[in-house]
Design a protein around this ligand. Structure first.
Ligand code: SF4
Ligand code: SF4
Length: 617
């Protein structure tokens, strides 16, 4: 018997990717998918497997590297989170119609809830939009098994195949059986054939109908040969209700029914939401008076059903239009569908008394103590309090607590939003400083094209790149500015940030130590003067490594002089380090030793000079 290991869902997927003989694995980090590529590298290093494992500068780059490897016959995969697929949408939509040579697995991890994402979009809709098959696992074991099946499906039909785990599958642990044998990679040889590999309009006119035919064949296959993922769990008593469920909602549904001891609900489990095994699903609907559809996050299965007159789901409002289908949510929906009161032993547990006992103080999401971004935001706000501050997606989004962020959209948006604010003011003959913030990884990901455009079009604003030498929010992955790659003994080259910015045509570029507030304030003021006078963007690089990288740094113990503190809360409202604690009764701030890491960056914050180095007062 193969060895079983307790693995994170993402680790199980990674093990399966290596075992499936994948030859090129690429990704851009994003929660909940971030652990997959490092785990692929660890597994490949451990087995000395021949796999190129690379971070792309963004998801489009990562996807194009992987899918092109399949043109030459290699087996490839690309991993990203759902919003990353928006970035990779262009090549994804086009190559969906290609007849690929090697197997291509796209892992698009969704975040219903959402736990750490800017939206709740459902990648299964993207699969349906692009017309590629989608595999929707309901636990880690199934996710790992679907990797090999996904490759086989991809190679049988020459199509991109999407695997779509969700947060609770990616981040839960389960005993997973590891394959004992690694599949052989495919022979690699690129045959020149522009008709096959170039999406000329004339060719698309023939490839699209061919692709429709492939999807029809895949649907037939899902109806008949995929019974391990698409199957019925019939009720043992006369069924009061039929439920079609997929993904983690299926696992939660089974838990709820088991808890209630109910055996009068028929279940149709769907592991292949697109193309839906329609004959199977429509027959299930026809056999029941009422059918409830449980799926996260959008009505993908529901909308593919032919007759929805007896169907309860998101379309008729039985299932909420947003949020996770947690067991307690499913319990409520089931009762509504069954038209029954709550049974004894309801799985919806009330945790509030437990939380009260723990005396937990709810806090807003915050930057870490000693985080260099906090000092940078403080400098930016102090230098130009009247400025508009666009920002981006990453840890620095938490600068919103320091009133340092006015607007944010998506990765790279800080730069292009600055252009938008500049243009809106210019056409109405107004001038207002615009000082934007973006992280180093995010700048490499999607900031560069916006900056090129701003230089070309002469847009006056200050772009502050908060360089903490990490893709910090997703767990500290590497990026082109660092040069280290995921696999052992596979060195990269670091792309110098300042030279890159100068190469974009920016004439004012300065690097500032993020902890140095006086230097930061001065640099922001000078940068804006230059941008305004020359009508072009100016760039500041605020530099200090992420605190979570645990690099040794100077220890500066701080204290708050209680005599001088007047309780104005300025330090709390505009700096907000968790190491600063405000006593509402005494109306005084003090240092909280549980969180303070003695970075010393709060010293210049207090307008009354109450925050001082220990021993200095
Ligand atoms: S430490 Fe300074 S800024 Fe903070 S509450 Fe006291 S006086 Fe105000
Ligand atoms: S020294 Fe100040 S800024 Fe640094 S962690 Fe302590 S309280 Fe926060």
């Amino acid at each position: 018997m193969n060895k079983k290991e307790l693995l994170l869902g993402n680790e199980a997927i990674a093990e399966a990717i290596v075992a499936a003989g994948c030859q090129v694995a690429t990704a851009y980090p994003g929660t909940p998918s971030s652990e997959i590529l490092p785990a692929v590298a660890r597994c490949a290093d451990g087995q000395n497997a021949k796999i190129a494992v690379e971070w792309g500068a963004n998801e489009k780059v990562a996807y194009e590297m992987a899918v092109t490897a399949t043109f030459a016959g290699a087996r490839a995969c690309c991993v990203m989170k759902h919003v990353g697929l928006n970035v990779a949408a262009d090549p994804f939509m086009t190559t969906a119609l290609y007849e690929l040579k090697g197997g291509m697995l796209l892992v698009a991890a969704d975040d219903p809830g959402p736990h750490s994402s800017q939206n709740e979009q459902d990648s299964r809709f993207f699969a349906m939009f692009a017309k590629v098959p989608c595999l929707d696992p309901s636990d880690a074991v199934e996710a790992a098994a679907m990797v090999a099946e996904g490759y086989a499906l991809s190679e049988r039909h020459g199509v991109v195949t999407m695997l779509r785990p969700t947060t609770r599958i990616a981040h839960s642990r389960q005993a997973v059986e590891l394959p004992s044998v690694r599949a052989e990679g495919l022979p690699v040889k690129f045959d020149r054939n522009p008709v096959r590999w170039c999406p000329l309009p004339a060719l698309v006119r023939t490839s699209h109908p061919k692709h429709n035919e492939r999807i029809r064949r895949i649907r037939e296959e899902f109806e008949t040969d995929w019974s391990r993922y698409n199957y019925e769990l019939p009720a043992s008593k006369p069924a009061k209700l039929g439920v079609i469920a997929s993904g983690i909602a299926f696992a939660s549904l089974c838990d709820v029914l088991k808890e209630w001891g109910r055996t009068d609900v028929d279940i149709l489990k769907i592991g292949t939401p697109f193309p839906l095994p329609s004959a199977m699903a429509d027959a299930f609907v026809a056999r029941h008076e009422r059918v409830l559809v449980l799926e996260e996050s959008y009505p993908v299965i529901e909308m593919q059903l032919k007759d929805r007159t007896r169907v309860l789901g998101r379309c008729d409002g039985t299932v909420p239009g947003a949020g996770e289908l947690l067991p307690e949510v499913i319990a409520k929906i089931l009762l509504k569908a069954l038209d029954e009161p709550a049974p004894k032993g309801d799985v919806a547990v009330d945790f509030s008394p437990v939380l009260e006992d723990l005396h937990l103080v709810p806090r807003k999401p915050q930057l870490c103590p000693g985080c260099p971004h906090r000092s940078s935001f403080f400098s930016i706000r102090r230098a130009l309090p009247n400025a508009i501050n666009p920002s981006d997606i990453g840890c620095y989004t938490l600068g919103i607590n320091q009133k340092g962020i006015d607007a944010s959209i998506c990765m790279g948006g800080a730069v292009t939003m600055s252009s938008g604010f500049f243009l809106a003011h210019r056409v109405t003959d107004q001038t207002r400083p615009v000082v934007a913030t973006i992280g180093d990884s995010t700048f490499y990901h999607m900031g560069v094209p916006g900056l090129l455009s701003a230089v070309y079009n002469r847009h006056a604003f200050v772009l502050c790149i908060l360089d903490n030498a990490s893709t910090a929010m997703t767990g500290g992955q590497s990026h082109p500015g660092l040069g280290d790659k995921p696999r052992r003994d596979d060195p990269g080259i670091a792309v110098d940030l300042e030279r890159l910015v100068r190469g974009c045509g920016v004439s004012f570029v300065e690097t500032v130590p993020a902890y140095d507030n006086a230097a930061g304030v001065d640099a922001v003021k000078r940068a804006w003067q230059h941008a305004e006078a020359e009508r072009q963007p100016a760039v500041l690089i605020f530099k200090h490594p992420c605190m979570l990288l645990r690099q040794p740094q100077e220890v500066i113990p701080m204290t708050v002089d209680q005599e001088k503190c007047v309780g104005c809360r300025y330090c709390i409202d505009y700096f907000g380090c968790p190491g600063l604690r405000f006593d509402e009764k005494a109306k005084k701030t003090s240092i909280d030793p549980r969180y303070c890491v003695s970075c010393g960056t709060c010293e210049p914050v207090c307008p009354h000079k109450a925050i001082v180095k220990k021993g200095a007062n």
